[in-house]
Design a protein around this ligand. Structure first.
Ligand SMILES: [Zn+2]
Ligand SMILES: [Zn+2]
Length: 474
C-alpha cells in the first residue's frame, strides 16, 4: 500500500491523505479534505496534486470540522465520479459548515483578497453526492452494505467506528486483502458532556497492519491529578466568582462541538446546583445552527449518533438567548450573563473577538478559555497575556496611537479538550500494537513526543512521520 500525506507541512492544517491500496486492482482513496484554518485562498487547500493524477475510488470524511472537510468541494469538482462517504451527522454539519465557509470567503473577497474557492450553488450541487454510512457496518466501495462477516470475504471494504470527538466523528477501518488499516480522524478516549468516549473496534485482537493516528496534544502532559470532574467544579467556581465581581463572562467557543459541550455542561451545572438556573446564557451565529443539528440527532440512536444525554435537546433544555443579525456584536453586554460565542480562536471580526474588545480592560469582566487555541491566534495570545499587558484584539486597528488595550479583565483557561490526551492515545496504541504507526494531525513537537515514546513502547513496530507530498510504501 502507498500512503501520501497531502498536508503542506507537519502541522494541524488542511488534513488530507491519499491511500493507494493493493487488493482488488488497487483502489485509490482520499481520507479527509480539510482547509487550513489560518490561511486564505489556494494556500489553504491541501496539496491535492497526487490525488488528481488518476481516478479516485472514494473520499472518506472523518468529521465536519473545517480542517477535515473544508476543501471537499474543490476535490469533488476535480474528481466528479468519486463517491464520498461519511456519517449522517457529518453530512448535516458539514453542509452547514461549508456554506458558512463560503460566507467567510466572500467577506474576504469583498475586502480585496482572492479567496473564494467555491460557492453556495456549487456546495448545494455537490452535497447530494454524499453517501451516509451507519457506524459498525461494513461497506463495499460502491456504497453497498456488506452482510456481517461478508467484509472478511470482500477483497476490500471499509467500516466506521465512533471516534468520540464531536457529533458524527468517526474513525475508519479499511480491509485491503488480508491487511487492516485504521484511520482515527480526531479522537477522544474520554467522555465529554454530550459526546461519549471513542468506541473503536475492540475485535482488534490481531495487531493492525497500519494505524494512522492524530497527535494533537502530544506536546502537553496531562496535569498531575487532573480529572474532568474536578475541572468542571473549578469552572463552576470561577463562574460564581466572576458574577460576584459584578461582571459578565465570555467563553470563546468553536461553533461546532465546543458550543454544544459548554451548553450541556452548563445544563449539568444547573442540575447539580453549581449554577443559578436564572443566569442567562447567550450563543450566536453559526453555533445556533450547529446546535439545532445536534438536537435533531438527539434520539438517532447507537448506529447513527451515539451520545450521552440521549433525547435531551440543548436549545429546549438550556434555552439560551440567541444573538443574531447585523447588530449581534453591539448587543448590550450585561453583568451576570454567560456569553458562549464563536469563534474559539477569536478570529478577527467574529462575535467572541468583538465582545472581548468590550470586556478586556474592565476588571469586573472575565474571559474563560475552554479548548484548543493556536498560540498565534488572538485567543492564544490573550490566553498567554499577563494582567496589565497591552493586548491587541484587532490587528487592523492597532497603531502607534492606539497600541492595544490594557488587560484588566480576569482571564483563565480550563481543560475540556475534545482531543484525547497523549497518555490515553499512548495506552490505546500500546494495546493495539500496530505493525506500522503513521503520526498525523500534530505540530512538530507533538509528533516528536509520540515518535520517541512509541518507538520505546513498541520496539517491533515502525513509527512513521509522513513527509508532506511524498508517497511512502506501507
Ligand atoms: Zn476536529
Ligand atoms: Zn482536526
Amino acid at each position: 500500500m502507498r500512503f501520501t500525506n497531502l498536508t503542506r507541512a507537519t502541522e494541524i492544517g488542511a488534513n488530507s491523505y491519499l491511500l493507494e491500496l493493493d487488493a482488488d486492482g488497487g483502489r485509490r482513496v482520499v481520507l479527509d479534505c480539510g482547509m487550513h484554518p489560518k490561511l486564505d485562498g489556494e494556500a489553504a487547500l491541501p496539496n491535492l496534486g497526487p490525488a488528481l493524477t488518476g481516478r479516485l475510488d472514494a473520499i472518506l470524511v472523518s468529521h465536519a470540522h473545517l480542517d477535515h472537510i473544508g476543501s471537499l468541494p474543490v476535490l469533488m469538482r476535480r474528481q466528479p465520479d468519486a463517491p464520498v462517504f461519511m456519517t449522517a451527522p457529518t453530512a448535516r454539519l458539514g453542509a452547514t459548515l461549508l456554506h458558512n465557509s463560503v460566507n467567510v470567503m466572500s467577506k474576504q473577497e469583498n475586502a480585496g483578497a482572492s479567496s473564494l474557492l467555491f460557492t453556495h450553488r456549487e456546495t448545494d450541487a455537490l452535497t447530494p453526492r454524499w453517501r451516509e454510512c451507519a457506524l459498525r457496518q461494513p461497506f463495499a466501495w460502491d456504497g453497498e452494505r456488506l452482510a456481517r462477516g461478508g467484509e472478511e470475504h470482500a477483497a476490500t471494504s471499509f467500516e466506521w467506528f465512533d471516534a468520540g470527538h464531536i457529533l458524527g466523528s468517526a474513525g475508519v477501518l479499511i480491509r485491503d486483502g488480508g491487511r487492516r488499516i485504521f484511520y482515527t480522524g480526531d479522537v477522544n478516549f474520554h467522555d465529554q458532556t454530550v459526546v461519549r468516549a471513542a468506541r473503536f473496534p475492540d475485535e482488534i485482537t490481531e495487531p493492525l497492519d497500519v494505524l494512522i493516528i492524530e497527535t494533537t496534544r502530544g506536546d502537553q502532559p496531562v496535569a498531575p491529578g487532573f480529572t474532568r470532574r474536578a475541572e468542571e467544579e473549578r469552572f463552576a467556581r470561577a463562574l460564581a466568582e466572576a458574577f460576584a465581581r459584578g461582571g459578565a463572562v465570555l467563553v470563546p467557543v468553536f461553533a461546532l462541538g465546543k458550543t454544544q459541550e459548554v451548553l450541556a455542561m452548563l445544563l449539568d451545572f444547573r442540575r447539580r446546583g453549581l449554577l443559578d438556573p436564572e443566569v442567562p446564557i447567550y450563543i450566536g451565529g453559526l453555533s445556533t445552527k450547529m446546535t439545532e443539528i445536534y438536537d435533531s440527532f438527539a434520539r438517532a440512536g447507537e448506529a447513527v449518533a451515539p451520545r450521552k444525554l440521549p433525547g435531551i435537546g440543548l436549545l429546549d433544555n438550556v434555552a439560551p438567548y440567541v444573538l443574531g443579525g447585523r447588530d449581534a456584536a453591539n448587543a448590550p453586554l450585561k453583568p451576570g450573563c454567560i456569553y458562549a460565542l464563536s469563534s474559539g480562536m477569536m478570529s478577527e471580526h467574529t462575535l467572541s473577538t468583538m465582545f472581548a474588545r468590550r470586556m478586556v480592560s474592565d476588571p469586573r469582566h472575565s474571559i474563560f478559555f475552554v479548548g484548543y487555541a493556536d498560540p498565534d491566534s488572538i485567543a492564544g495570545r490573550l490566553r498567554a497575556a499577563q494582567p496589565g499587558e497591552l493586548v491587541v484584539l484587532d490587528e487592523g486597528e492597532a497603531s502607534a496611537a492606539a497600541p492595544g488595550q490594557e488587560l484588566r479583565a480576569t482571564v483563565d483557561k480550563f481543560d475540556f479538550s475534545a482531543h484525547a490526551d497523549r497518555e490515553s492515545i499512548r495506552a490505546w496504541v500500546r494495546r493495539v500494537a500496530p505493525k506500522k504507526v503513521v503520526l498525523v494531525h500534530g505540530d512538530p513537537a507533538a509528533v516528536r513526543w509520540f515518535q520517541e515514546t512509541l518507538r520505546a513502547d513498541l520496539p517491533d513496530s515502525e513509527i512513521i512521520v509522513p513527509p508532506p507530498g511524498v508517497a511512502i510504501e506501507l
